[in-house]
Design a binder for this molecule. Structure first.
Ligand SMILES: *Cc1c(COP(=O)(O)O)cnc(C)c1O
Length: 346
């Protein structure tokens, strides 16, 4: 890991005057470890730590000691709820009363809806038309208003921006929010506390907030541990942005919703550029196979993105032979069709 870090620390208490009410401050900077510790304090009593487990069959398959961090066991079935709760908890009561608006096809929506319900804020989620009925129902069950608009996430974003401006509500970006990064980084504090001597942690990447949080936590408490990002080669925007050193757009065709992004996000990329050790691409078929390993060898239902770190561990396998690594099972919200597809090895 390098010691340089371009992003400025921003751990001072937030004030109502800071930044526009409708979104994060423009050019918002990444949290430092102090922000992550504050996030952990905020989450105390709201979320239990998630289990860290090992499975002999996975160790054998990968030729290393493999620890699985079970973020699939969060109340929303994915790690993102850590970030949502921190963001909503840090809004002022006045801001919360005007509500939050965001756009998402997946776990980010459930995270913000869950956090809004927990903190008593009105919540609107904009999804592209014809959404996955399972995810749409989960959002409604959490009491959020669901608006269908646009043919893709970009169309949904345009509507979300208009709604937030109309209502004076807080627009939550799925990628460029320091509080979301600080929140999800707490998963890695937990991980390093339990396993301080890891050679590497593999982290699935979509927008990159999770991996940015992993890097910030590792730099502070486990500087010898390498952080390795994993994305699908069918949606390589974050990976390619990292390699190019600039945010770029790419085709977005992966089946793994959590890894699906068409562009790099500036805030997480600024952290990854300095601190991420490596970034690998895997195929959607590799991910499907890893979902089967999770099911058959770790008794774990992982959605595609949730099994991507395992697929990545297989891809970099020889590098850590005989060593100790962790993979983060980031989510378990597989659709019925997805479950049918991955309940067989072939
Ligand atoms: C969102 C998500 C990811 C990717 O996280 P980012 O912070 O967007 O990089 C990985 N896995 C699951 C299950 C997700 O929901």
């Amino acid at each position: 890991m390098t010691s340089a870090h371009a992003a400025t620390e921003s751990d001072a208490p937030r004030t109502a005057a800071e930044g526009p009410a409708t979104g994060p401050a423009a050019g918002a900077s990444a949290p430092g470890i102090t922000g992550v510790l504050r996030a952990r304090r905020l989450l105390r009593g709201l979320l239990d730590p998630t289990p860290l487990r090992s499975y002999p069959a996975l160790d054998r398959r990968l030729g290393a000691r493999v620890l699985v961090k079970h973020e699939n066991l969060q109340p929303t079935g994915a790690f993102k709820v850590r970030g949502g709760l921190v963001l909503l908890s840090r809004m002022t009561p006045g801001e919360r009363s005007r509500g939050v608006v965001t756009y998402s096809t997946g776990n980010h929506a459930q995270s913000i809806a869950y956090a809004a319900r927990a903190t008593g804020a009105p919540c609107t989620i904009v999804v592209p038309e014809d959404p996955n009925p399972v995810k749409a129902e989960a959002v409604r069950a959490l009491g959020a208003e669901l608006v269908e608009a646009g043919s893709d996430l970009d169309g949904a974003r345009v509507r979300a921006e208009a709604l937030a401006a109309d209502r004076g509500a807080r627009l939550v970006s799925p990628g460029d929010e320091p509080d979301l990064v600080a929140g999800v980084a707490t998963a890695y504090l937990e991980l390093f506390e339990e396993a301080p001597d890891l050679d590497a942690v593999l982290v699935p990447v979509g927008g990159g907030s999770g991996a940015a949080g992993a890097c910030i936590a590792a730099r502070a408490v486990a500087p010898g541990c390498r952080i390795i990002g994993v994305q699908s080669d069918a949606s390589p925007a974050a990976h390619d942005s990292w390699r190019a050193g600039a945010c770029t757009s790419r085709p977005n065709r992966t089946r793994a919703e959590g890894l699906a992004t068409g562009r790099g996000f500036a805030l997480p990329q600024s952290v990854l550029r300095d601190l991420l050790d490596d970034f690998v691409l895997v195929g959607d078929e590799d991910i499907r196979r890893a979902q089967w390993w999770a099911m058959s060898e770790a008794r774990t239902v992982a959605e595609g993105a949730g099994a991507a770190a395992l697929a990545g561990a297989r891809a970099v396998g020889d590098r850590f032979r005989g060593g100790r690594i962790a993979v983060v099972c980031t989510g378990g919200n597989a659709s019925p069709e997805e479950l049918r597809r991955c309940t067989a090895p072939g």
